[in-house]
Design a protein around this ligand. Sequence first.
Ligand code: ADP
Ligand code: MG
Length: 907
Amino acid sequence: MASNTYRNGTSSHKGTIKPLAASNSSNVKSSSIKSRFPPSSNHSPGSAPLRRSNSASFTAAAGGSDGLPGRVRVAVRLRPRNAEECVADADFADCVELQPELKRLKLRKNNWESETYEFDELLTESASQKRVYEVVAKPVVESVLDGYNGTVMAYGQTGTGKTFTLGRLGEEDTSARGIMVRSLEEILANVSPETDFVSVSYLQLYMETIQDLLDPANDNISIVEDPKTGDVSLPGATQIEIRDEQHFLELLRIGEAHRIAANTKLNTESSRSHAILMVHVKRSVLSAEDAIPSETDKSSHFAKPPKPLVRKSKLVLVDLAGSERVHKSGSEGHMLEEAKSINLSLSALGKCINALAENSAHVPVRDSKLTRLLKDSFGGTARTSLIVTIGPSPRHRGETASTILFGQRAMKVENMLRIKEEFDYKSLSRRLEIQLDKLIAENERQQKAFNDEVERINLEAQNRISEVERNFANALEKERLKCQMEYMESVKKLEEKMMENQRKHRCDGFMNDKCNGEGASFSVVDDVVEVKKLLEKEIHMRKEAEEEVNKLKSQLRQCTDSGEGGDSEILNLQQALAEEVRQKKKLEEEMIVLRSQMLQLTFEADQMRRSLGRNGSTNAYNALESPMSQVRDSLNGHKTPVTTLFEQVGLHKILALLESEDVNVRIHAVKVVANLAAEEANQERIVEAGGLTSLLMLLRSYEDETIRRVVAGAIANLAMNEANQELIMIQGGISLLSITAFDAEDAQTLRMVAGAIANLCGNDKLQAKLRSEGGIKALLGMVRCGHPDVLSQVARGIANFAKCESRASANGIRSGRSVLIYDGALPWIVQNANNDSAPIRRHIELALCHLAQHEVNAKDMISGGALWELVRISRDCSREDIRSLARRTLNLSPIFRAEMRRLRIEH
Ligand code: ADP
Ligand code: MG
């Protein structure tokens, strides 16, 4: 806005007060407008914004280019008639008439003449205290809160309402509160108790002496002027920080009481002194450049800290001595010391205001203490409001007129408002410290967040790794199972094929063109019949030969009886006899062979019948898989042909055939012995007759694979018996079996050997020997064959051995790691713990449970992966007894328990 029009000193109005011609309106009696101001809307009460002026300040003190021009604002308040006036002036009109809407005041000269003056505000006799505050003081108070100095001053004749306007406490009726109370109320409502300070001093100026109304003893306070800034202050005055409005009211009351007391003592009255209330406001603010933080400032913790500034401002409220004294002292020529002193300040104020209003070069500020104190209020940097109080009585018309003229002159005084800001270094350091602390805390927070994040990522990575590992292991396991399945499948197919081939082959062998089971059986029976016939023929021939021998013997006797000359004949006969004996022996031998052949054939026929009847496996050595079943068969039914033949031929003769030079004879004999050994009833007899020794000798000679296989089978059968087991050991059977295990390739041979060793493994007494004679190594070595039947026997052996070991450990007979672990069996055990073949799996599961029962094995088992298998067994094993054995075993072992805790395996 370019309306820089608040100055009285604009070109059109500059100069002395000039009565203007009355308007040409006939109904307006003689009147003149003493001064003129821009439209009221531009400086409406209450809003009172500070506006910049294009023109430079004409005041002496306000020379800074950074200030805002602000004219002293003047309001006139008319007191209502008091009781006395109502009576005395009853017949007279008031000497003033207010036209508040026009901001004009008419001062009547007489009944027909009046003079008109314009003021900033006109407050009629009915104006409320609140309105007076808002119009006169509020803009000044707001400026003080903004950091400017401010002054509100009441000027007027005694009894016109200066104290009423400024100093009323309104204790009973709050609407009666004056400007002092209301100003403090507003200030207190707008400052922050944490950062701002409000304090007051209350003084009286009487006869050029400043007294402290808050501390009466302090009755000569000097004014101190800063030589650099020219600021005046009263360091000697009591300055009390205000907590709240009540506190302030209390101080005002105290001040008022002291004022009355002081005046009584001095024998004077309050209208002769000036009362000055100084309110000091100290506010912390941000410097202007920091007030609007930039985007980068907001985001950065390292933004420059705002400059801490303190704005010190001062509100001065002055209840002046009655203005009549100025005039009295002058006009009435009173030269009394008192009058001079009292009025000195007031007349000096008038002079200063005149000088300022007339833009005079010299402003006599130093003439009085009042003008020195108010140096800043008129022509200084403060925002100043003057309230001129007048009474209505025509009797005081002269006083009222001069008061009005004072007000008119004051309106011409222009101040240059300036904010006083200081750096608050203490608060700067405090703020920097706070900011530093915040930054440190933030840094710590970020560091923690960073560490947490790193930890989280680590954990996540670990989880992912273990998940991938798990998935990988699962996939591997699946793949392994799949491969195993495929392998089993193909083995099964091969076996089926082999069986098919064998069956075909057998059909071809036993029947020339027909090929069915019954036919095969018949063909064997035919064979048996044929052999029987042959045998009968032989027997018949033998009988004939015997008869012939007897005949010859009787002839010989006759010859011996009849004469002597028959020596040569005797010799011939003797020779013939020897020939006959030799032939007989040969025939006997042949007969035994034939019988054993028949025995074997009978057995095979028997076997064939049984297998066809069962419609199951056609394994040639099924007898070994379940020897007891055969025993049962033989016991339940009538005697088998084998047993019958065995009785006919005699065990000794059959065993003797084991050493026959003829390979075929040996093979037949071995088969017979093996079959006999399958029956428990025969076992003892066989061993007693030296069969075991013969069998072991045969195993040692091993020139024929078939013999080895059958011998091993026979030994395996015999090894089922505990007494035999020890005999086998004593006769070096363990090492013999071990040697066979190492160099045999035929799966069935290996199966027999493994079965034999597995039986020996179950004997507590043989444990040490089994190891020292290589039995365990041999057993483990046979897994190379891979045939499930062999593996099953190996697993059985391991389980038996582990069981004996755990029994020995439990009884305190042995200590230390398991021989099985020592000999490297653990990897195979772990690998096959979940083998698809149920027998293998079951034996291994048992073996693991036995091994786990001895704590010394635990570490090796954990490192070898056996713990996982044990856990699996304890959860998934289909056999309840093994499952609970595994569970119990795991629970009993502190090492396993610790490992499971570490691996977070729930058990
Ligand atoms: P001063 O301080 O100017 O000498 P005071 O404030 O003591 O005058 O007022 C004189 C008397 O007039 C007091 O009794 C006061 O109550 C009364 N008075 C002053 N102004 C008003 C007003 N506006 N309305 C009613 N009474 C008033
Ligand atoms: Mg008074």
